[in-house]
Design a protein around this ligand. Structure first.
Ligand SMILES: C[S@@+](CC[C@H](N)C(=O)[O-])C[C@H]1O[C@@H](n2cnc3c(N)ncnc32)[C@H](O)[C@@H]1O
Length: 439
């Protein structure tokens, strides 16, 4: 059990490190009129800490034991798992999502976080497209079928992305039955419209309503022997970190039907950032006028599972979530044959993909124009929401340019998130019939 103690301690150390960083930042340069402006570099500092921990967990674990009093006892962690596994927050989460009203495009455009939402949609589009492209290239046969599971699909916000990606079959699962009904309606609508265009036929679909942290989804598939190429879990895996059994069940569902070489991709909040920001604020809550986080666990001793916090995001999310300690996430994934390919903070992923995805960024209105065009107002209302943009333009030799950016409040929310990618590894068999993965 020292391993779990050490893992946990690493989180505390990482948070402490992040806390002691200098948050002053510089600004990125760009050359076009429609340049993309990023936020102050202080998030990067937090990311660096995260990367050190992910890439060199052993170094962190071997640190001097100055934080020894923070160590947790094995019994405490296991007691937590035991207690939480009988009564879960999954229904609270389901009720929350079921009650979110379906808003029309007009209404969504008026939202304070319209650009943040579009930006996150852009991140998902790029990630999905990146891995669907790899999958297509790896197929020997032209037009070979591509089967995908959109785990915790919600209202089907990614249905169009799957269409654009040219997949053949989609499984949609979610605990929130109302959301799943909306997803079905969206698909039906797409199907009706696609019957009228001349493109390739729309993918087929099946829906599974239920708790992905509690039930074995494979048994519900129309064909339980189906081999999947991609499993996507966007903004949802962290709900399962309420307990070890729930997290393991989610991983089993993500991994067991993926074929070797297939990918498990997703997005979720970054634990290091959450804890570091609480520590920096010297409080269990932090946020701004766009999002608020209030933490229900001891930030100096977060348990590996059941570290609950409440996340409020401008009318979109307001429900309990759970801290995902990344080394534990990777360790559990391994057990199910999933090898970490990469994990990148949204900020870094944006940096990497912004040129390739520039056209889509514009099309999806993922960034806000600054200064605002005539007759439009900025969404940010805080006095310092656009200081970074003003500074960027001031330093630009071309003078009065217009740039694309997010308000500081939105960057602060977005930079909490990370992408992750795992690859399913081919297995051999143990003498007792259990699969062995060389990871
Ligand atoms: C933030 S929404 C994301 C929805 C969708 N993936 C997207 O990106 O638009 C999180 C979704 O996870 C679902 N969810 C949370 N816990 C779940 C669980 N245990 N089993 C299945 N779905 C779950 C919620 O009902 C909700 O639809």
């Amino acid at each position: 059990m020292t391993e779990i103690n050490d893992l946990e301690q690493a989180l505390v150390l990482a948070a402490a490190d992040a806390d002691s960083r200098n948050y002053e930042g510089s600004f990125e340069e760009s050359e076009e009129t429609n340049v993309l402006c990023k936020e102050p570099a202080f998030y990067k500092n937090v990311n660096e800490v995260k990367n050190i921990v992910i890439e060199k967990p052993a170094t962190i674990n071997n640190r001097p034991q100055e934080n020894a009093p923070l160590k947790r006892k094995r019994e405490t962690v296991e007691e937590n798992i035991e207690a939480k596994s009988t009564k879960t927050y999954a229904n609270v989460v389901a009720n929350h999502y079921n009650q979110i009203e379906e808003k029309g495009l007009d209404e969504r455009c008026k939202s304070r976080i319209v650009h943040l939402r579009n930006f996150h949609n852009w991140i998902k589009s790029m990630l999905i497209n990146e891995y669907l492209t790899k999958i297509k290239y790896s197929k020997k046969q032209h037009n070979a079928p591509i089967r995908v599971h959109d785990m915790c699909c919600g209202k089907g916000g990614d249905l169009l992305k799957w269409k654009k990606g040219g997949i053949t079959h989609l499984i949609c699962s979610d605990i929130a039955s109302v959301s799943l009904e909306q997803c079905k309606a969206r698909y039906k609508d797409m199907k009706n419209r696609s019957g009228r265009d001349r493109g390739p036929p729309l993918y087929t679909i099946e829906f599974i309503a239920g708790d992905c942290g509690r039930m074995r989804l494979r048994e519900k598939y129309s064909d339980p022997s189906m081999k999947l190429d991609l499993v996507s879990c966007q903004f949802a895996f962290h709900y399962s970190f309420e307990s070890l059994p729930q997290a393991e069940c989610m991983f089993r569902n993500a991994a067991e039907c993926l074929q070797p070489g297939g990918y498990f991709i997703g997005t979720m909040p970054d634990a290091y950032d959450l804890v570091a920001r609480a520590k920096r604020n010297d409080s269990n809550s932090f946020g701004n006028n766009v999002f608020q986080v209030s933490i229900d666990f001891d930030i100096n001793k977060p348990p590996l599972f059941g570290s609950k916090y409440n996340f409020h995001l401008d009318g979109v999310v307001d429900c309990p979530e759970f801290l995902v300690y990344f080394p534990m996430f990777v360790k559990l994934a391994k057990k199910f044959g999933l090898k970490l390919v990469k994990a990148e903070k949204f900020y870094d992923y944006f940096e990497k993909m912004r040129e390739e995805g520039r056209h889509l960024l514009n099309n999806m209105r993922s960034l806000e124009a600054y200064p605002p065009p005539e007759n439009s107002t900025l969404v940010g209302t805080e006095p310092d929401d656009y200081n970074h943009a003003v500074e960027f333009i001031r330093k630009d030799p071309r003078g009065n340019i217009r740039i694309g950016t997010l308000s500081k409040s939105e960057w602060e929310a977005s930079s909490l998130y990370t992408t992750f990618v795992f690859e399913k590894v081919k297995n051999t068999w143990n003498t007792d019939g259990t699969p062995l993965y060389d990871i």
